[in-house]
Ligand binder design. Structure first.
Ligand SMILES: [Zn+2]
Length: 254
């Protein structure tokens, strides 16, 4: 079976990791796509786009249900969190070639670990200013934990559901699968920007487009510099945890 480079149509050696002509990484591209000449670029990233559309669809569906039924029970949020995690695991297993190295290394050693603290500090200061600004121009703040407290969930349960779980699975989804597929068709910095845009749209809150875009950039940079998902997971979960902690103890900082 002859395989072609999807970028330049050069005929590839058997089991080639890189194209001998244009030098692009072809290891992560399915052999089915390599059997077609002149593959359109969107076909190379269509699995990532479908994955994102499914996550977006779930978020849309559940916000619609919550709005239509005026539900104050967090059961729909829980179902959304659960289904998104399951779909992310399925896609991660299908893209294990790119996700596995990001989960088997912890890229920061010694003094470089300070980057995680710096990342968190940046997120904290930036979000503080951003949320204060939203308040200043008259937007209300978003409350993540209200329904959980109303239904008397123990603190640790919703702390895990709202900080650790999104910290793990959103990092695998956006800084793992989606980030990686976009590096197939562009430069790494372009992939960082694209996944940050997709990450900000996912949350479907107009007032958090900018903040989630910036958060996506920070997590993307951590992934680029460490070649690991763990630094982003730590900063992401830690930030969510701080928000939950402040809401729970009614500390009015943001
Ligand atoms: Zn090539």
């Amino acid at each position: 079976m002859i395989e072609y480079c999807p970028f330049c149509d050069n005929i590839l050696r058997e089991d080639a990791s890189f194209c001998g002509k244009c030098g692009k990484d072809v290891a992560k591209i399915s052999s089915k796509l390599k059997q077609v000449r002149k593959v359109p670029l969107w076909k190379l990233v269509s699995p990532a786009l479908w994955f994102w559309i499914i996550l977006l669809g779930l978020n849309g569906l559940f916000s619609l249900i919550i709005n239509l039924t005026q539900a104050d029970n967090p059961v729909w949020d829980n179902l959304n969190i659960f289904l998104s995690a399951v779909i992310t695991v399925i896609y991660a297993l299908n893209n294990s070639k790119s996700v596995k190295p990001l989960l088997t290394t912890f890229g920061y050693k010694g003094i470089k670990r300070l980057e995680i603290a710096a990342g968190f500090l940046f997120v904290f200061v930036f979000m503080f200013l951003y949320l204060r600004f939203l308040r200043f121009i008259g937007f209300g703040t978003i409350n993540m934990t209200e329904s959980y407290m109303e239904y008397q969930y123990p603190f640790w349960v919703f702390a895990i559901l709202l900080s650790v779980v999104p910290g793990i699975f959103e990092e695998i989804a956006f800084r793992g699968i989606i980030y990686d597929q976009f590096t197939l068709i562009g430069k790494e910095n372009e992939a960082i920007i694209i996944q940050a845009v997709m990450f900000s749209i996912l949350h479907m809150l107009p007032m958090s487009f900018i903040s989630h875009f910036v958060l996506g950039l920070v997590f993307g940079l951590l992934r680029k510099r460490s070649k690991s998902l763990y630094p982003g997971m730590i900063v992401h979960s830690a930030w969510n945890f701080v928000v939950i902690l402040f809401e729970y103890f009614k500390i009015d900082v943001f």
